[in-house]
Design a protein around this ligand. Structure first.
Ligand code: 13P
Length: 250
């Protein structure tokens, strides 16, 4: 079964509106005719600026998080209704920075996953171990728990709107990339977890992106691996000169 590649840029907390507009325009031009599926996830305040630029192109519009409640008295949070209103199609959930810096746990992430699916979004569920967990031989177990708990209560019929991103915490923003072999081992393991939960067919179709210091120099080797179906790119997604070659790898 051949899966299509999906390359996503997570802009994190970078860029102002003029900078975001410039980058989005350059990416639209640079990725025109590109063979893969693409996404950019700008910060919340940039979404309205980027939305009309990517609309109708081959670049999807993403957000980096959402609240676990539909709406209400939640100061500082952003609701799925507000994201839908802006034309957001995809929401990144459970990013390691949300888990580790902002202490989001699996139960909260699962609530967001279900809410996002209920509102028709595609989502990218991030999983990944810390260096301590890897050194303790727990990388697989951590990714399994995050996958199982994150997808609890998700119907098989909604799985085609779920993408998983394996982002080892120790590889994010550090310049250290997992070797293609190490990443592929975890991707294969996560795929087995999906097979146990939803069957082999669903597992074969699941897009599993790799994230963590993806660069133009290592993208092709990573993507060549059987179980690596794309990338969730942080730092290198902030410049056309680095994101376009990643997105057009090979
Ligand atoms: P870097 O590509 O900067 O390591 O970030 C990866 C990431 O966290 C993408 O979500």
């Amino acid at each position: 079964m051949s899966r299509s590649y999906y390359i996503a840029g997570n802009w994190k907390m970078y860029k102002t509106r003029p900078e975001a507009a410039d980058l989005a325009k350059a990416l639209v031009a640079g990725l025109r005719g590109g063979k893969h599926k693409y996404l950019v996830a700008p910060g919340f305040t940039l979404i309205e600026t980027v939305a009309p630029i990517v609309k109708g192109t081959n670049i999807r519009l993403g957000a980096q998080n959402c609240a676990a409640e539909e709406q209400g008295a939640h100061t500082g949070e952003v609701s799925v209704l507000q994201l839908k209103d802006l034309g957001v199609e995809t929401i990144i959930l459970g990013h390691s920075e949300r888990r580790h810096v902002y202490k989001e746990d699996d139960a909260l992430i699962n609530k967001k996953v279900k809410l996002a699916l209920q509102h028709g979004f595609e989502l990218i569920l991030c999983v990944g171990e810390t260096l301590d967990e890897r050194e303790a031989g727990r990388a697989e177990a951590v990714c399994e728990t995050q996958t199982v708990e994150g997808l609890k209560g998700v119907a098989a019929g909604d799985l085609n709107r779920v993408v998983i991103a394996y982002e080892p915490v120790w590889a994010i923003g550090t310049g250290k990339t997992a070797t293609p072999e190490d990443a592929d081992t975890i991707h294969a393991y996560v795929r087995q977890v999906i097979a146990k939960l939803y069957g082999q067919g669903a597992a074969e179709k699941m897009i599993i992106q790799y994230g963590g210091s993806v660069k133009p120099e290592n993208a092709a080797q990573l993507m060549a691996k059987e179980n690596i179906d794309g990338a969730l790119v942080g730092g290198a997604s902030l410049k056309t000169e680095t994101f376009v070659p990643i997105a057009q790898f090979g």
